[in-house]
Design a protein around this ligand. Structure first.
Ligand code: PEP
Length: 254
């Protein structure tokens, strides 16, 4: 864990106009000034990216897209490509969020194409994986995680200069107020790291950050971060208020 810089990432989903996003990003920047040893990421809507990038310029805060298409351009109405994200000011992109898988037909195959395209563009992909409640109840958590990790990374030769972040987000914990216990999360993270080792080798797997996502709040971040394989958090609801997001980012002070 010592060699992995923690990352606290805010997924603003379909919230905030560009103007609101710029104001909120500026507040986050002010509230976390001086915090060291944590990578902070904000993923606003596509149209909010330029405003957020302008607001956080010079702060080191990473700006991300919430999704992208795998082709650089083409007849794909309504889609946004990796070069477009980069040009708008993003250096990172969330791929395969469970809401994309659930509502928009994202599959391990499309995740794979997007991870490839993001890496080729020089964007840092945050690849999301996680089981549903039924899958957990049926004892299939590890099977699902293995399939999503292997499918998402199939045929991709990872290298240290183009890293990837994985977000473990149990679907039953997203936006529900139910958080995985730190032990449940640690167990899943350790499993994901083992699977990553089988795909990309032990050393790269050890260097890969695995974020936990699912109802993270200022009150539960410290106990999650205390676990060996939890390297940060992908935060939805609690990232929308700059004050609560900043308290999560300042997890060491709790
Ligand atoms: C998310 O959207 O990635 C998420 C984890 O949401 P929430 O924190 O609201 O559960």
């Amino acid at each position: 864990m010592d060699t992995r810089t923690p990352m606290i990432a805010g997924n603003w989903k379909m919230h905030k106009t560009p103007q609101e996003a710029g104001v909120a990003a500026q507040k986050v920047k002010d509230l976390v000034k001086g915090v060291e040893g944590v990578d902070v990421m904000i993923a606003p809507s596509f149209v909010g990216i330029p405003a957020v990038a302008a607001a956080v310029a010079g702060s080191g805060i990473i700006v991300a897209g919430q999704n992208m298409h795998w082709e650089p351009q083409g007849a794909y109405t309504g889609e946004v490509s990796a070069p477009m994200l980069a040009d708008a000011g993003a250096t990172c992109v969330i791929i395969g969020h469970s809401e994309r898988r659930q509502y928009f037909g994202e599959t391990d195959d499309t995740v794979n194409k997007k991870v490839r395209a993001a890496l080729a563009q020089g964007l840092l992909p945050v690849m999301c994986v996680g089981e549903s409640e039924e899958e957990r109840d049926a004892g299939k958590t590890f099977e699902v995680l293995d399939r999503q990790v292997a499918g998402g990374l199939e045929g991709i030769s990872m290298t240290p200069d183009k890293p990837l972040v994985v977000a473990y987000e149990p679907v039953w914990a997203i936006g529900t107020g139910k958080t995985a216990t730190p032990d449940q999360a640690q167990e899943a993270h350790a499993h994901i790291r083992e699977k990553l080792a089988s795909v990309m080798g032990k050393s790269l797997a050890n260097a890969t950050r695995i974020l936990y996502g699912g109802s993270v709040k200022p009150g539960n971040i410290a106990e999650l971060m205390a676990k060996d394989d939890i390297d940060g958090a992908l935060v939805g609801g609690a990232s929308l208020q700059p004050e609560s997001f900043a308290r999560i980012i300042r997890f060491r002070e709790q």
